[in-house]
Design a protein around this ligand. Structure first.
Ligand SMILES: [Zn+2]
Ligand SMILES: [Zn+2]
Length: 120
């Protein structure tokens, strides 16, 4: 199952957890395909999001959106490093995990990497 990845996130409006699903396409490019409320567990019970992937060249599928509020964007908090949904056309964000507010000043290049994030 190394061609499927679920990234845990929280909805900024409802504060509910959801998962951003990535599918690995031909050429090793990750595509952000769906926002889902539940991530499947592997047979060993290990959460998919323990894995780290390189999404520097990832693409966003037309069907991706937050399953709770419909936001089509997301931000990684510069304070706690976690993911929160946000409208794709705004720069301001509030972290649903730690409550930090800030302005997005970069793009997320890799999950588990150090480059690019929102900072408050
Ligand atoms: Zn949301
Ligand atoms: Zn945070």
């Amino acid at each position: 199952m190394d061609n499927l990845f679920f990234l845990e996130a929280k909805c900024v409006h409802t504060n509910n957890t959801f998962y951003i699903r990535f599918d690995k396409a031909a050429g090793g490019v990750w595509c952000q395909t769906y926002g889902v409320k539940f991530a499947p567990q592997s047979t060993t019970g290990t959460a998919y999001n323990k894995m780290e992937i390189d999404i520097s060249k990832s693409t966003v599928g037309p069907q991706y959106k937050c399953p709770h509020c419909g936001n089509t964007g997301y931000v990684r908090c510069g304070t706690c490093g976690k993911i929160t949904c946000k409208p794709s056309n705004t720069k301001d964000f509030t972290c649903a995990h730690c409550g930090k507010t800030g302005v997005v000043n970069g793009v997320i290049k890799g999950i588990g990497g150090s480059s690019g994030m929102g900072q408050g």
